[in-house]
Design a protein around this ligand. Structure first.
Ligand code: TRP
Length: 352
């Protein structure tokens, strides 16, 4: 039966990009009841690979991310939520996997390349950061996860993990499981741009709507969104492609939303056609997007406020999840060491 693992770095509260890119899907997969085990990891150790001097940021965001998870509908009875750094077996696995990966291969990883550029590391890339795809392979394989629901930017990590698994299994023994990425069904969800139209919604670019934003923040942020720069007057013909407001509608809007909030159109195609012809103002489109987002995020925010009143319960949940995750990872590590022939004291294997 299938096993799911995925996770997020706790470097900030989760935003709309995380929500449509991965969180929403996880909750659906969780509730489908089709999976044997579901592991959701708060990747604090990975977050430290480029935040070594900012431990407090990472620490403080662990509970924020856990609150985001639960408020979106992840249920600790069905999904095991845990903290990466509390599973030392992951470091041990990474250490052995490092011998199966070349520096050249890591240098080719497009996500890492892009992140190195964005962080302006130039020649001073922390080794831990450079090698995080290997540690991510440990995260996935420690739980023998075969399904990894992620956003598009994580595909190179899954590919790298698959290579490590194949290399391990052929060098030593068939122990590890090759995972497969599961992307959101709609391409707009995989890669939600920022409010400013930048390629990605990202905390460092300040172009996010957070799951914890107030109704008023959401409204203001939607009003500030970039649209088509050539659409100056309402009568002007406009472009819907590469227009962030329409990309968000592509990601979130369903036909029911028109019936509920904008009955002048039956569906998004009709609305887009009007915008392209001219005569539909950005204000109307933004007002509609705001209604949709308020409708989706309102219940999440309300649950979050309730859950935030009992952080003790959140910590207990994370502790229990981490204890359970550690048992599973320890079992895999044991198998890995046996396969490699380095479980020396097990059954006196060194003497044989
Ligand atoms: N790299 C992921 C992110 O930046 C977090 C992560 C760490 C992860 N380990 C993972 C995701 C394993 C999926 C599987 O959000």
């Amino acid at each position: 039966m299938d096993v799911i693992l995925t996770g997020d770095r706790p470097t900030g509260k989760l935003h709309l990009g995380h929500y449509v890119g991965s969180l929403k899907r996880r909750v659906e997969l969780q509730n489908s009841g089709l999976y044997k085990d579901i592991y959701i990891m708060i990747a604090d150790a990975q977050a430290l690979t480029d935040n070594a001097d900012d431990i407090n940021k990472v620490r403080n965001n662990i509970s924020e991310v856990a609150l985001d998870y639960l408020s979106c509908g992840l249920d600790p009875k069905k999904s095991n939520i845990f903290i990466q750094s509390q599973i030392p077996e992951l470091c041990e696995l990474s250490f052995y996997y490092m011998n199966l990966v070349t520096v050249a291969r890591l240098q080719r990883n497009p996500t890492v390349k892009n992140e190195i550029q964005m962080r302006k590391f130039n020649q001073s890339i922390p080794v831990g950061f450079f090698t995080y795809p290997i540690s991510q392979a440990a995260d996935i394989t420690a739980f023998k996860a075969n399904i990894v629901p992620v956003g598009e930017d994580q595909l190179p990590m899954i590919e790298q993990t698959r290579e490590i698994v194949r290399s391990f299994n052929s060098t030593y023994k068939e122990v590890l499981v090759e995972p497969k990425a599961v992307l959101p069904e709609n391409e707009y969800c995989s890669r939600l741009p920022g409010l400013d139209g930048a390629a990605k919604m990202s905390k460092s670019l300040g172009n996010c709507i957070y799951l914890s934003d107030s109704a008023n923040d959401i409204k203001k942020k939607v009003q500030s969104m970039f649209t088509d720069p050539t659409h100056l007057r309402v009568e002007d013909p406009g472009h819907t492609e590469n227009n962030p407001v329409f990309i968000y509608l592509d990601a979130f809007c369903k036909d029911e939303h028109f019936a509920a909030f904008l009955p002048a159109y039956n569906n998004l195609d009709e609305m887009k056609a009007h915008y392209r012809r001219g005569g539909l103002g950005d204000g109307t489109v933004k007002k509609f997007l705001n209604e949709i987002l308020q409708n989706e995020l309102g219940p999440i925010r309300e649950r979050r406020e309730v859950l935030a009143k009992d952080l003790g319960a959140i910590f207990d949940m994370l502790e229990q999840g981490s204890i359970k995750a550690r048992e599973v990872a320890a079992h895999t590590l044991d198998e890995v060491k046996t396969a490699m022939g380095i479980n020396y004291f097990k059954g006196n294997s060194l003497l044989k």
